[in-house]
Design a protein around this ligand. Sequence first.
Ligand SMILES: NC(=O)C1=CN([C@@H]2O[C@H](COP(=O)(O)OP(=O)(O)OC[C@H]3O[C@@H](n4cnc5c(N)ncnc54)[C@H](O)[C@@H]3O)[C@@H](O)[C@H]2O)[C@@H](O)CC1
Ligand SMILES: Nc1ncnc2c1ncn2[C@@H]1O[C@H](COP(=O)(O)OP(=O)(O)O)[C@@H](O)[C@H]1O
Ligand SMILES: [K+]
Length: 504
Amino acid sequence: MKIFTAGQIRNWDAYTIANEPITSLQLMERAATACTNWLLEQRFTQQHIHIFCGKGNNGGDGLAIARLLLIQAVPVTVYIFETGKKGSNDFQRNLELLHNHTTDIHFLQSTDAFPTLQQNDVVIDALLGTGLDRPLEGLLADLVQHISNSPATVIAIDLPTGMFTDKSCKEAVCMRADHTLSFEVYKQCLLVAENAEYCGNVHLLAIGLHPAYYETTLAAQQLMDAAIIRSIYKKRKAAAHKGNFGHALLLAGSYGKTGAAILSAKACLRSGVGLLTMHTPTCGIIPLQTAVPEAMVETDANEKYLSNTPADLLRYAAIGIGPGIDLHEETANALMLLLQQAHQPMVLDADALNLLSIKKELSALLHTDCILTPHPKEFERLFGKTANDFERIEKAQEKATELNCVIVVKGHHTFIACPDGTAWFNSTGNAGMATAGSGDVLTGILTGLLAQGYNTTEAAILGVYLHGLAGDFAAAELSQEAMTAGDLTRYLGKAFLQLSLTNR
Ligand SMILES: NC(=O)C1=CN([C@@H]2O[C@H](COP(=O)(O)OP(=O)(O)OC[C@H]3O[C@@H](n4cnc5c(N)ncnc54)[C@H](O)[C@@H]3O)[C@@H](O)[C@H]2O)[C@@H](O)CC1
Ligand SMILES: Nc1ncnc2c1ncn2[C@@H]1O[C@H](COP(=O)(O)OP(=O)(O)O)[C@@H](O)[C@H]1O
Ligand SMILES: [K+]
């Protein structure tokens, strides 16, 4: 699904109005009807509803929702944030219509007029939407804080008030919503981790915007959906043999961190790879061979950490390096040798990335078939500090082009920046995956997919999606608290089964 900017959304509204054709008031009525139906379906209409409106079109949506709820005999109280200026045309028209249904309309001009909100109250936030052009201040900031700090359930229309569509609102005041009802497509602000606590659960509602605009408009970023995953996933051929699915090499583990090697090995095998060889310090051979008998192990010359690369690198279709390898000088040397000698697709994770940050000259050895999988801290070590998630995303896109490799910024809605400028947000995964070893599992999956012949972009998109989907299955059965990284591998089978089902 394409992710649109505030400007593109404005143009899409205008395109629909001109080409359907439809009036802007009718389009507002559609948006309000979709929101009202959602409120009725979710039974929020059994509680008292307080609707807070600005005087732009977001406020117009709020007034129309108030009228539609009153027609359904749902009691509502309406508050209009008074600016002293006339509202937008569609706001004014909806205000006239609302006067036919209620007198319970209050104009807020001072904090004394703010209502006390109770636990069972529902607040509709229709103060400001995509028209926000400066941070909130004064009485409006006070009102947003008053609502956010109340025990009421807050449902934001289009965006929580105070949230910018395309840039950070990190230092500013923003409504803390429990739910956000947005229209047609995601906006970047609804996906970045720093806004998650303000958006609450995001629900996209269709309002019949013209499909031709969507189809012909280029988007810088997309949200992964079943369609893109279906187009990447290759079903196994009935007569296939293990030689068809590649031989993967994983360099992982050090004394006390053989678990990382085991987690990545198991995940790699469950990603469908034909053969797997682990290269690990000698201390790791017994635990690895016991825990993962399907994998071959070839030991490093060193007992406790990696110091050399395996012989005959040409045997391998893809290589993954990083889980639990630690930061010894000899390990940095082994990484340098690997980057010099191996030209096959490669995943660099965890301490391999930290070594790249320490020895910046190693970055020059990265080749075009590399996937880097930093979490935000590793990203900062590699590429420097960024002020917020929007800047990190922008930098990831810049660096993917500059280094000519795929960069997977892990976290809530993991972000994948590809060298050709395309970029993807993940739609699967949950906070239960914030547990030791989840990243090691991802390295195993990505290496396994590369070995099977998926290119770096395909492997990153498919692997990140499957990893998150396995996490969602694990959380559904085990809870976010009790699931562990090993469970991601255990539920990978269920995730693949879902792909095969949707691939028919
Ligand atoms: N036909 C359309 O264009 C549709 C628009 N829709 C709604 O319209 C919204 C966008 O409407 P608008 O463009 O009128 O924008 P808003 O309603 O978000 O607000 C615009 C007004 O707020 C002022 N403003 C901006 N930042 C402010 C701040 N920090 N403090 C105080 N005032 C501030 C602006 O100067 C402007 O007058 C969407 O979010 C959506 O809810 C929907 O009804 C769908 C159809
Ligand atoms: N809140 C969250 N929502 C979705 N996915 C998450 C969340 N927290 C962590 N994850 C996922 O879990 C994995 C954690 O990886 P990483 O930080 O490298 O962990 P580790 O170093 O313990 O292996 C990443 O794939 C990340 O996207
Ligand atoms: K809003």
